[in-house]
Design a protein around this ligand. Structure first.
Ligand code: TUI
Length: 308
């Protein structure tokens, strides 16, 4: 196999990250139409809402696309059946171990690609039938593990016999080449897609990404065992301050409730939760998805060598 473009039947070996409330049909179809594997993020949505998004995506693209299932969602079980009924080709999972769904997905012919943040989980999901794994480093936005992309990717490459897709900290051709040098066969990107023209988020969110400097992200929620990387703002600072003071977890949860929606839909600079990765500092412009992808791969030495 040259790279995961063969596995996904795409032009480029790239998956768009499954960003809750953000990766809807507009972004997913744009990425698939531009030669990547678009992904619908089901986040905390219920079956009916995800079905609607799948139908809308099918109307916008004839190219392959995938669905991401966030395993902490109360709807994960329902959605695990929906992807089979809808004939979805690729399923990625996040924030947990998808083991209990693997058998039925494999039987349905779905390409299953779990996001993992450790060698142990990578091995476990490959044993239960995963076709590839996404090794996501702690540079990534949203819910994260401990290890960096640079350390995680080669360790997982050596530990499993399926293609590894690198995620966390990749936003241009240099990141793609670094990932391939570590042994990855593809990349997943999220943050750079936030700054695409097609991404259906509030303009303030995009501005926050393109104006971010290198040290602009911070990790909240370490105490609740659900660390989440966000761009610094009033909300993130008060969360960190309150948790330092030992405020109880229920109080902290109340503070964050609905904060991602406030960022995505309302562009609420003060109380929104603007999830983004550390590479935000590298991203300076809002561009069409096709330009982002073409630039990322047509300048990549590895891609050019593999696709002469
Ligand atoms: O899932 C993500 N990123 C996300 S999910 C999300 S929604 C959310 N919001 C607040 C708190 C929690 C979730 C926002 N961003 N990325 C994939 C990912 N999966 N990153 C890390 C992991 C992961 C971590 C630990 C996967 C498995 C794991 O261990 C599970 C186990 O059972 O060993």
């Amino acid at each position: 196999m040259t790279d995961v473009s063969e596995l996904f039947n795409t032009k480029y070996p790239i998956i768009q990250g499954g960003m809750a409330n953000i990766a809807t049909h507009q972004l997913c179809a744009a990425v698939s139409n531009a030669g990547g594997l678009g992904l619908l993020a089901s986040g905390g949505w219920d079956r009916a809402r995800v079905k609607e998004e799948i139908r809308k995506t099918k109307a916008l693209t004839s190219k392959p696309f995938g669905v991401n299932i966030m395993l902490m969602s109360p709807h994960a079980e329902d959605l695990s059946d929906l992807v089979i009924e809808e004939g979805i080709k690729v399923v990625t999972t996040g924030a947990g171990n998808p083991g209990i769904y693997m058998e039925k997905w494999k039987k349905a012919g779905i390409i299953v690609v779990p996001v993992v943040a450790s060698v142990a989980l990578a091995k476990r999901v490959v044993r239960s039938g995963a076709d590839a794994v996404i090794a996501e480093g702690t540079e990534a936005g949203g819910h994260i593990g401990e290890l960096t992309t640079f350390t995680l990717v080669p360790q997982i490459v050596d530990a499993v016999n399926v293609p590894v897709i690198a995620a966390g900290g990749i936003a241009d051709y240099r990141g793609v080449d670094a990932a391939f040098a570590l042994g990855a066969k593809g990349v997943q990107v999220g943050t750079v897609m936030l700054a695409s023209e097609e991404c259906p988020i509030h303009h303030n969110y995009k501005l926050k990404v393109i104006n971010a400097k290198d040290t602009e992200t911070i990790v909240t929620g370490r105490e609740t065992k659900a660390p989440v990387r966000v761009l610094k703002n009033k909300m993130a600072r008060s969360y960190i301050e309150l948790s330092r003071q030992g405020v109880d977890l229920i109080e902290l949860e109340r503070l964050t409730l609905g904060s991602l929606s406030r960022a995505v839909f309302d562009g609420d600079i003060d109380t929104g939760s603007f999830m983004a990765g550390q590479i935000a500092g590298l991203i300076k412009q809002i561009r069409p998805v096709k330009e982002i992808l073409d630039d990322m791969f047509l300048k990549s030495h590895f891609y050019k060598a593999l696709h002469p």
